[in-house]
Design a protein around this ligand. Structure first.
Ligand SMILES: Nc1ncnc2c1ncn2[C@@H]1O[C@H](COP(=O)(O)OP(=O)(O)OP(=O)(O)O)[C@@H](O)[C@H]1O
Ligand SMILES: [Mg+2]
Length: 323
């Protein structure tokens, strides 16, 4: 009942809030800064991607959130509670896959989950519910040793759901999965978010998550470089348009007269620049030139992600929608 009666202020404005997190690891060559003042906001509802290249600090952050790594400075809150200090009070509402969970090879999926349920005081009937949730019911009687990587990953997700948590934290759950395994993982995350949960999922590959994340934090060298709704943060910038038009040569001349860069190509005119499509169609129509097709050319999410994570640039943010 507690989850139902807790007011919004009681759970915090965000499902997860990280402020100024600093973590250094000592090494032979001195200290290495894994987190350099990381700030992150994860909404209560939806799938939030935590994206950054290898070594950017994703796992260190996630390990910090679940109390496996102690930060040098900064604060973290989950559902409004400071962690790790108050982690015991909210641990029942948080499910996490931080490293590859250890299941028993010789036991089947169901028995593995039953053991786990018993160890965390959850009733056995939850096991069948979570197996169903991740689509493993039919293979629940197979030994874990016979599970594919994708099935193992789904069993790991099922394990996090035993407590019916409000917040889910998955560190690179798609790592090593084939395209169908990745798609299944995306569908599972989507379903969890659609039930009103917060899902924080990390990846170094934007392509694996772009279809499922609602919002993102992009991290580079231990700092957030962008955060907000996916379209605002990684939304492709307009870089030009392909235009198929009745008389391409005359159309090119008209557009060039306005100082626009135009190349005539077999598939149409390539107009370079961030001209709004309406400016092109209006100009051509004014000269009795009729547009048959127009495709805005946008930089891909992947290009944008690479830009953000390879060259230092000012923090980018999009307005947070209330979700
Ligand atoms: N226990 C540790 N001891 C020393 N250095 C560590 C430790 N854990 C992480 N680091 C260092 O901290 C930095 C961030 O590592 P982290 O594992 O958080 O990155 P990541 O974003 O999860 O990368 P990946 O995509 O490869 O999983 C790296 O330079 C890493 O070598
Ligand atoms: Mg990692």
């Amino acid at each position: 009942m507690r989850g139902v009666t807790m007011s919004e202020s009681g759970t915090g404005q965000w499902a997860i809030e990280v402020d100024g997190l600093v973590k250094s690891f000592g090494g032979r060559q001195g200290d290495r800064l894994a987190l350099d003042g990381l700030t992150m906001r994860v909404p209560h509802r939806g799938v939030h991607g935590f994206l950054g290249p290898n070594g950017a600090g994703k796992s260190t952050t996630i390990r910090g959130l679940v109390g496996l790594v102690r930060a040098n400075a900064g604060t973290m809150r989950i559902l409004g509670r400071p962690v790790p200090q108050q982690l015991p009070e909210i641990i029942g509402q948080v499910g996490a896959i931080v490293e590859r969970p250890r299941f028993f090879n010789e036991f089947d999926g169901r028995k593995n989950l039953r053991l786990l349920a018993a160890s965390i005081g959850q009733p056995a009937h939850r096991v069948d519910a979570v197996l169903e949730h991740v689509g493993l019911t039919e293979r629940a009687r197979d030994p874990y040793a016979h599970y594919s990587l994708g099935m193992r990953q789904r069993l790991a997700v099922a394990a996090t759901l035993l407590k019916d948590p409000q917040v889910l934290i998955f560190d690179e759950p798609t790592n090593g999965l084939d395209p169908s395994g990745i798609r299944e993982m995306r569908q599972t995350m989507r379903a969890l978010a659609d039930q009103g949960r917060a899902v924080l999922v990390s990846s170094h590959l934007i392509g694996e998550l772009e279809q499922v994340v609602d919002s993102v934090t992009v991290i580079r060298a231990g700092r957030a470089v962008a955060e907000g709704p996916l379209a605002e943060v990684l939304g492709g910038r307009l870089s030009g348009s392909w235009v198929r038009v009745t008389d391409p040569d005359r159309a090119a001349a008209v557009l060039r007269k306005h100082g626009w860069a135009v190349a005539v190509r077999p598939r149409g005119l390539e107009v370079t620049g961030d001209l709004p499509p309406v400016a092109i169609t209006r100009q051509l129509a004014a000269h009795d030139l009729w547009v048959e097709e127009l495709h805005p050319i946008r930089t891909s999410l992947e290009e944008r992600f690479l830009e953000l994570t390879s060259t230092p640039e000012p923090f980018v943010t999009g307005p947070w929608r209330s979700v």
